[in-house]
Design a protein around this ligand. Structure first.
Ligand code: NAG
Ligand code: NAG
Ligand code: NAG
Ligand code: NAG
Ligand code: NAG
Ligand code: NAG
Length: 404
């Protein structure tokens, strides 16, 4: 049984690994809204802070991986109700988070959750959370005949200062109409300000990555569904583009994509970490062969600073510091990312991350450089909004197809 002390030690280790970043503990509740100012402009300082948050999130997961498996995750160390069964309409909260619904307990009670492929654990506000959870739907294990206390507590902390702590339970969970029993979930007794209902629109968070990066040492909700044979196929699929972003559970929705899927194998079951073929810009192939984490919990596309700088150099764009790049709003490049042998173009709207200096018609590019990711790329929403993505647990691969 993992005790608090182990969790605390892990937290301290993460702190040490991530130092000297000021708030180094993170899993995926990145406050993406902080990336844009009230008038819709992008503040490069927020992007730089955000890159640190994502680095810390991945470092924390990597620490959990090492604890759970005894192996190293990365080769270089990291400095609403389903309309039809199996589909869960997602709410696009101003392109910031991906909210869906989940039902928990006996009788079933509905909650909204932030769906995150870049983490594994699931938590909800609990009855002793009080004012800190005002405005959120509260899950009370005492009101559920199928809830069981695990006798362990949990604490999750985030690089932006947000934090949730509470007790671990197991209970019945229904996602997309499919039911899992004895799912491990965190019942929070405290939410920090950043998770308060006016800052965080979902009630809780549901991770969709592998058990090996779980802080709880438990399966994700989806993995539990698969291991209990509760879903028709061991896959889930995501459309993040508007209109109608959607999570499909247990099957793909053939109405949402065209042609066939280009598949790439999962190279390490921790995050959804895959091998990619190439990244090009305006017809120049800059990156040939890369490793990437497919993460709905990351807004941007992130890559190692040296590769990202080469990418922008190919179109004569130099950075404005801290891995952030600005370019003319009316000359957005044609970025292509090749996965499973198929090239996908980033649309101008997804690549253009917003105006930086409106008086100069300057916009921020949706690909940014990071020093803390080793040679990993992070394919976040800037990429995922261009494709329909299937996460295939059964065949340990990720497939990408053109949107219908
Ligand atoms: C739940 O039940 C336990 C054990 O009976 C009790 O100690 C606790 O106060 C209850 N919590 C709530 C929120 O009702
Ligand atoms: C977690 O449990 C330990 C005992 O196992 C206790 O000492 C500690 O105060 C608990 N922490 C929280 C935040 O509830
Ligand atoms: C983008 O680049 C790819 C690869 O060079 C090319 O096939 C495609 O036609 C380009 N798209 C546009 C809109 O220029
Ligand atoms: C980049 O700048 C150099 C030097 O001014 C020029 O020779 C080259 O054609 C430019 N490349 C592109 C893609 O515009
Ligand atoms: C890259 O391609 C875009 C779109 O075709 C174009 O507007 C831009 O000028 C190109 N950049 C360079 C440096 O050639
Ligand atoms: C925007 O451009 C103007 C004109 O060059 C400049 O004075 C201003 O400092 C720039 N603002 C930012 C945020 O870079």
């Amino acid at each position: 049984m993992r005790s608090l002390s182990v969790l605390l030690i892990a937290a301290l280790q993460a702190l040490v690994i991530a130092s000297p970043q000021p708030l180094p503990l993170s899993i995926p509740l990145a406050r993406k809204s902080t990336l844009k100012t009230a008038d819709g402009h992008v503040d490069p300082t927020s992007i730089r802070a955000y890159i640190s948050i994502i680095e810390a999130k991945l470092q924390r997961g990597a620490a959990a991986f090492e604890r759970n498996t005894g192996k190293t995750l990365f080769s270089r160390s990291l400095s609403k109700r389903a309309a039809t069964s199996g589909s869960d309409p997602l709410v696009d909260d101003k392109n910031e988070r991906w909210y869906g619904t989940i039902e928990v307990g006996t009788p079933l009670q509905t909650f909204t959750i932030d769906c995150d492929t870049g983490s594994t654990d699931f938590f909800l506000p609990g009855p002793s959370c009080g004012d800190a959870c005002n405005g959120h739907e509260v899950y009370n294990p005492n009101s559920s005949s199928s809830a069981e206390a695990l006798g362990r507590n949990f604490t999750v902390e985030y690089a932006d200062g947000s934090m949730a702590t509470g007790d671990l339970y197991t209970d019945t969970v229904s996602l997309g109409g499919f039911k899992a029993t004895a799912q491990t979930l965190g019942v929070a007794s405290l939410y920090s300000y950043e998770l308060s209902s006016d800052q965080f629109g979902a009630d809780g968070l549901m991770g969709m990555a592998f058990e090996s990066v779980s802080e709880y040492g438990a399966n994700s909700v989806f993995q539990t569904l698969v291991s209990q044979g509760a879903v028709p196929e061991p896959v889930f699929a995501l459309k993040l583009a508007s209109p109608g972003p959607e999570l499909n559970v247990g099957s793909v929705n053939s109405a949402l994509y065209e042609g066939s899927f280009a598949y790439t194998p999962v190279t390490q079951q921790g995050y959804w970490q895959v091998a990619g073929d190439a990244i090009g810009i305006n017809g120049t192939e800059v990156v040939n062969g890369f490793s990437a984490i497919v993460d709905t919990g990351t807004t941007l596309i992130l890559g190692d600073t040296s590769y990202v700088s080469q990418l922008y150099q190919a179109i004569n764009v130099t950075g404005i510091g801290g891995g952030v790049y600005a370019l003319p709003c009316d000359a957005m490049p044609n970025v292509t990312i090749t996965l499973g042998g198929k090239s996908f173009e980033l649309s101008t709207e997804t690549f253009n991350f917003g105006t930086y200096n409106s008086s100069e018609n300057t916009c921020i590019g949706g690909i940014a450089g990071s020093d803390g990711l080793g040679d990993q790329w992070i394919l976040g929403d800037v990429f995922l909004r261009n494709v329909y993505t299937v996460f295939d647990v059964g065949n340990s691969r990720v497939g990408f197809a053109e949107l219908a």
